[in-house]
Design a protein around this ligand. Structure first.
Ligand code: DSN
Length: 451
């Protein structure tokens, strides 16, 4: 594994930033549910000479010469994805999830067409038609929502689909802790003739491990990023199912042509190699165990938080993620809890919750998850301890906050956030939590031997 000898001599500034980030990852609890730690084999492939090559096109049909070995790499990635997810066709070239989703739109819709997706503040993704995303501007977006109990409102989605007749329906989320109802959405899409696309970016590792149902029998298209629970490099794949090919025999071709030459140029071959490696890893019994443990850990963490009276959206989880509802304490407080947890080396992200009383940039929730901690080898006893530490930080945040209401005036709001942040380094209770986090992390070494 690289010890960064060349880099440290040639560019000490970049080297120092990388070393600081390595230390941060090692000494903290990484609990953003969309993050993970790739294997060293994946890192080696990403740092390889494959980055030097242009290879527009697809295996055996390239525009440039010299692609005989790139073809091997891309074919390996394709074959492994098809075998793992049991799909008819895969494109492994999308640069990441958002461009992959845009390619799906452009393959099956025209600008102005009606589309449906889960509303962003209800846990959906920007690119499923939210108003600030291009997808909410180019298309006529009709969002569906969750019910007051936090579960998807399937009946509302069915009613909206009947009324608006969308061309494309998304099923998939970034802040949703319960199983995605693929079968019910298949019925909704069939009734109105829509294409159904599953965005399983968050849960594709769980699907590979058998810890979440696969959408493959129910949807036409599946998109996943490759760097979340799947634990590969930062990239994405678009898969076309047998069902999708039955609906539209040209669907695979349309997707491929939209990615290249429609939207992208040369594929990132070093990333494709990392994807191939991650897919082989995800096909092993060890990964099956890993995926199951992610969910066990998330449940244990949820129980630990609830024992300390922390409220969870839907009351718990069936996947890798939890959504803390801070509204019992006040409105728009996610930013303060995120900063206080950061001070204690616990990394999470503030997030909207359903019917959030505060604006999306100052939401009232905290989203957190267990994929990265599980990669480090942590199990239920550690989750129990971590739940207690998080609850300690929430308690301390509420104790030192001057007000439980985020001010509406922009300047007053920013001053409150700044003053809150300034007092964190001197806070003794947060330092005590940080010391416990350091001790815990020390027991689960990350990237031993690197640098
Ligand atoms: N940014 C990703 C996440 O954190 O869920 C979604 O694109």
């Amino acid at each position: 594994m690289s010890n960064f000898e060349k880099l440290s001599r040639q560019d000490p500034h970049v080297y120092e930033a990388i070393m600081n980030e390595l230390k941060r990852q090692r000494e903290g609890l990484e609990m953003i549910p969309s993050e993970n730690f790739t294997s060293q084999a994946v890192l080696e492939a990403m740092g390889s000479i494959l980055t030097n090559k242009y290879s527009e096109g697809y295996p055996t049909h390239r525009y440039y010469g010299g692609n005989q070995f790139i073809d091997v790499v891309e074919k390996l990635a394709q074959d492994r994805a098809k075998a793992l997810f049991k799909v008819a066709h895969v494109n492994v070239q999308p640069y990441s999830g958002s461009p992959a989703n845009l390619a799906i739109y452009m393959a099956v819709c025209k600008p102005g067409d009606t589309i449906m997706g889960q509303n962003l503040p209800d846990g959906g993704h920007l690119t499923h038609g939210f108003k600030t995303s291009l997808t909410g501007q180019i298309f006529n977006s009709v969002p569906y929502h969750v019910k007051p109990d936090g579960y998807l409102d399937v009946e509302e989605a069915a009613r909206l689909a009947k009324e608006h007749k969308p061309k494309l329906i998304w099923i998939g989320a970034t802040a949703y802790t319960r199983p995605l109802p693929f079968k019910e959405f298949a019925g909704i899409a069939e009734d109105c003739g829509a294409y159904l696309a599953a965005d399983v970016s968050h849960i594709s590792g769980l699907i590979a491990a058998g810890a979440h149902e696969s959408p493959v029998d129910y949807v036409d298209i599946v998109m996943t990023t490759t760097h979340k629970t799947l634990r590969g490099p930062r990239g994405a794949m678009i898969m076309v199912t047998e069902k999708g090919l039955k609906k539209d025999p040209d669907l695979a071709n349309k997707i491929d042509k939209t990615i290249f030459p429609g939207m992208q140029g040369g594929p990132h071959n070093h990333i494709t190699a990392g994807i191939a490696i991650a897919l082989a890893e995800a096909s092993t019994p060890a990964f099956k165990e890993y995926g199951q443990q992610i969910v066990k850990n998330a449940r244990a963490l949820g129980e630990s938080l609830k024992r300390r009276n922390i409220k969870l959206v839907t009351g718990g989880t069936d996947n890798h993620m939890l959504l803390i509802d801070l509204t019992p304490f006040g409105s728009g407080l996610g930013v303060f809890v995120q900063d206080a947890l950061d001070r204690a080396n616990i990394t999470v992200n503030k997030n909207t919750i359903p019917k959030d009383p505060a604006p999306p940039f100052y939401p009232s929730g905290i989203r957190l998850g267990t994929p990265a901690l599980t990669t480090r080898g942590m199990k239920e006893p550690e989750m129990d301890e971590i739940g207690g530490l998080i609850a300690d930080v929430v308690d301390e945040t509420m104790r030192i906050l001057p007000s439980r209401q985020l001010p509406e005036d922009k300047n007053t709001r920013q001053a409150m956030i700044r003053e809150f942040k300034e007092q964190l380094p001197a806070n003794k209770r947060l330092e005590e939590v940080r010391q416990k986090v350091l001790k815990l992390c020390g027991r689960f070494p990350l990237y031993p031997g690197m640098a």
